[in-house]
Structure formats: structure tokens, C-alpha cells
Design a binder for this molecule. Structure first.
Ligand code: SF4
Ligand code: SF4
Length: 442
């Protein structure tokens, strides 16, 4: 059954001042990959923790009772817990949670020539297809297979993904390609660019922008050609640079000090600009999550060096993260100083509905917050929304385009193929580089 983003239930929630809620459960921080961009890599020795099935079930029951709409099972590596996760997905679906998600680092697809590969992949695809999982992501770090496989530590991974996608599609599962943006996306092009080799910071940033732009173009073409129909981009999650330290303390280990994932403010602006320009070029070929209205807000944030006008993140308001280490709930994976205790003990009705945080770029929370922000503002203060619309038409033009595009993408259902006829009107060819900062009136 196709779930609608704008169902009556969700409209009622928005009317009552709440965004359709989201809960991310980190089942475990066990992982078997070697990613330099993540503290949970297998080579990092520390005491790992896995949540019990009962603890996860209690959180899911509470999520359903509170009308949470989106439930993600993450890790570590989620497929290490497939035997536990599949029944939990069914349980969540039986309670009426419509948007159930998970993913993999792809280790099950490595070495596709090995004996038993096809049987193993078919068994996994069968198990997932038998759950109500709506979106299943497969991580991709680079368009150069050897680079991606070296980063993850799994040989033969890209060939295996290419062979696995038809197996999933036969079972009605259309996986999403999940790019964690890093300097190796396009191979080693952006990795090799160092500021000290340039005459000025502007010259460096221009070169960085062009490298990242070309890398992102290659990425969308690459995953399309691999057989993906949905693509998402995870914005860089290093919060440990001096530029990003704002009292955040990650409880989610998906961050790292490695240069491959650390970006300065200037680089982030160029990165978001590159993404902003590249997304429309491929909207006719793929269902691409990244909303351009949200990217505009992020560009403004990094360009202004301050909290630019935009909609605050609903982390800790409507969106929550349950951490495998202590089983407690946090506003997100990065505000580790603010434990809410167990999710089932949390009284969501008592939470302040004001969302203002912009301290990191976590797209899982930032993108939907930006999309739902105008609706919530319109319900509760239509005059404020009208005034904002008047002084910032650029944002609202993009926001409306995003909503129209999301509809054409059938809200990214990973249980059906993309409809190329619906996407055709978004064919744009190679876009001009059009981003020009529009001053936002005070
Ligand atoms: S990014 Fe994912 S796959 Fe890589 S080490 Fe971290 S949890 Fe594991
Ligand atoms: S912007 Fe959202 S995800 Fe990031 S620190 Fe703030 S609440 Fe957390």
C-alpha cells in the first residue's frame, strides 16, 4: 500500500503544530567496514553495544502510540541484525508506522563471484521484501569502484551491488543509493586539492567547488547506471572542526576526524552550492531526495556565517535518536549532552514545539525540517509566513518546486519503480551555474 506524505493524519498533525514524527533507532554500533569517515569502523577498538530486542520494541510501541510516522533502523551495520530487525519492522508496520527504513554498507554484496553469493543475496532480499520496509539504502562513497571498496574494506563490492539490484527489484524492492559526501566522491580529484597550493582562498574554493561539482555529476550518473532509482546525499557529519564546535557532543559515532570528511565553512558552502547546482540536472533520471530549498538555507547559513533565515531543525522536537550505547533518547545523534531517557518514558506533549537548532548539517533531520517548516508556520502564524514569503520569494519558489518534484517521485517509495513519465518534466540538461546570493530583507 502506498503511503501518502500528505495523509489526513499527517495534515492533522501539522494542524496541531507537530511535524510528522521521526525516530531513528541505532540498533548497534557493531560494524564490519573500515570507513575512514566514521568512528564505528571495525578497526577502531572500543566497547560496542547492541540494544536488546525488548528495548527496541518498547521504543517502537511508544513511537506508534505517539503517531511517529518514520522509523529508521540504523547501526553500525544494520544487516548484522537482520534476524532481529525484520520482525521489528513487521511489528512497527502492524502498529501503523508507514515510513520504515534501513540500509547497509553492502558487505553482503562483496565478491559476487564467490560460491553461495546469489543464494545469500536472494535470502536477504526475500527477508526484507517480506517486511514493510519502505526504503532500503546502500552506501556509496565514490564513483571509482576501487576507491569505494578500499574505503569500506570490501573487494568486489560495486560489481556485487550491480548484480544485487535486479534481485531486489524482482522482489519489489528498489534500493536507494546513499552518498556520504566526502573528498573521494569523484575519485581522488577533490582529495588532492589543498589550500596551500593556491594563490588565494577564493582560488582554492573555486577549484574545490569545480572538483565537487564534477564529482557529484559523476555520482548521479554512476548510481543511475548501476540500476538505482533513488539517490540521497548525506551531508558531511564531522562536527569536530573548530568551525563546527558549538557545544555538540556526538552520541552517534558516524563522524570522524579524518580529513576525508572534515570541511571548513567555506568548503561546506561550495559543497552545498555544487549539490544545489547538480541536483536539478538529474531530477529527470532519478528520484533525488535532497531538497534544493534546504540546500539554499544551508548555503545561506555558511555564507552568512550566522544563523540565516530558514526553518530550524526539529531534532528534539518531533525527531529523535535512540542511541545503542545506553538505549536513551537524544534530540539527534549530535546533541549528546541532552539525554531524554528512555523513549517510552518521554512525554512528547510536554516538549516545546519551537525548533531553532541549526548546529549541524544532518540531512535526516535538516531536510524534512526545512520542508515542513512553512506548513507549520502557516498554520500557526499565517501572517509571519506571508511576510516571509514576500521578502524571500527565492526560497519559496524552490520549496514549491521541491514539493511538486516529491509528488512526481511518489514520495520516494522504494517499493515501486520510478515513473519516468512523471519525472520527464524535470529534465533540465546541464544547468547553468545560477546560484547568486539574494539578500534577505531584514
Ligand atoms: S559509515 Fe557505516 S559502514 Fe562505515 S564504519 Fe560507519 S557504520 Fe560502518
Ligand atoms: S541541527 Fe538538528 S541534527 Fe543538527 S545538532 Fe541541531 S537538532 Fe541535532
Amino acid at each position: 500500500m502506498e503511503q501518502k506524505m500528505f495523509s489526513l493524519g499527517n495534515l492533522a498533525r501539522i494542524w496541531s503544530g507537530r511535524a510528522p514524527g521521526q525516530l531513528i533507532i541505532q540498533m548497534t554500533d557493531q560494524c564490519n567496514a573500515r570507513c575512514p569517515q566514521c568512528e564505528m569502523r571495525v578497526t577502531n577498538q572500543y566497547d560496542r553495544k547492541t540494544m536488546s530486542v525488548d528495548a527496541m520494541k518498547r521504543a517502537i510501541d511508544a513511537a506508534a502510540a505517539n503517531g511517529i510516522q518514520a522509523l529508521s533502523f540504523t547501526g553500525g551495520e544494520p544487516l548484522l541484525m537482520l534476524d532481529e530487525m525484520a520482525p521489528l519492522m513487521k511489528h512497527a508496520g502492524s502498529l501503523g508506522i508507514p515510513f520504515i527504513r534501513s540500509g547497509t554498507n553492502g558487505y553482503v554484496f562483496k565478491n559476487p563471484e564467490a560460491a553461495g553469493w546469489e543464494d545469500r543475496v536472494k535470502r536477504i532480499a526475500d527477508m526484507l521484501a517480506d517486511t514493510p520496509v519502505r526504503n532500503f539504502w546502500i552506501s556509496i562513497d565514490s564513483v571509482v569502484p576501487e576507491v569505494h571498496e578500499k574505503m569500506r574494506g570490501f573487494p568486489g563490492l560495486i560489481k556485487g551491488i550491480e548484480r544485487a539490484i535486479p534481485i531486489f527489484r524482482e522482489r519489489g524492492l528498489y534500493p536507494s543509493a546513499n552518498l556520504g559526501v566526502n573528498r573521494n566522491v569523484g575519485g581522488t580529484i577533490t582529495w588532492d586539492i589543498y589550500p596551500e597550493n593556491f594563490a588565494s582562498e577564493d582560488a582554492y574554493l573555486d577549484s574545490f567547488y569545480r572538483g565537487m561539482r564534477g564529482s557529484l555529476q559523476k555520482f548521479y550518473a554512476f548510481v543511475r547506471d548501476l540500476g538505482f532509482t533513488i539517490a540521497n546525499t548525506c551531508y558531511p557529519m564531522s562536527i569536530d572542526t573548530p568551525e563546527m564546535q558549538q557545544g555538540l557532543a556526538a552520541v552517534y559515532g558516524a563522524t570522524s576526524l579524518d580529513r576525508v570528511i572534515r570541511f571548513t565553512r567555506g568548503e561546506r558552502l561550495m559543497l552545498f552550492k555544487a549539490l544545489f547546482e547538480t541536483v536539478p540536472e538529474y531530477r529527470g533520471d532519478l528520484r533525488i531526495f535532497s531538497p534544493r530549498s534546504s540546500l539554499l538555507s544551508l548555503m545561506r547559513q555558511y555564507e552568512d556565517g550566522a544563523k540565516a533565515e530558514g526553518y530550524g531543525c526539529r531534532g528534539g522536537v518531533d525527531f529523535f535518536f535512540v542511541n545503542s550505547v545506553d538505549g536513551n533518547t537524544y534530540p539527534c545523534g549530535y546533541r549528546g549532552n541532552e539525554s531524554f531517557g528512555k523513549f517510552e518514558d518521554l512525554d512528547l506533549a510536554k516538549i516545546d514545539r519551537k525548533a531553532s537548532c541549526t548546529d549541524c548539517d544532518w540531512e535526516c533531520f535538516r531536510d524534512p525540517s526545512e520542508l515542513v517548516g512553512p506548513l507549520l508556520e502557516g498554520v500557526h502564524n499565517p501572517f509571519a509566513l506571508a511576510a516571509r514569503w514576500m521578502r524571500d520569494p527565492e526560497f519559496f519558489k524552490l520549496w514549491r518546486e521541491d514539493l511538486v518534484y516529491y509528488k512526481a517521485c511518489e514520495y520516494f517509495s522504494g517499493r515501486r519503480d520510478m515513473n519516468l513519465d512523471k519525472l520527464a518534466k524535470f529534465e533540465s540538461g546541464k544547468a547553468e551555474i545560477t546560484y547568486v546570493r539574494q539578500p534577505v530583507a531584514a
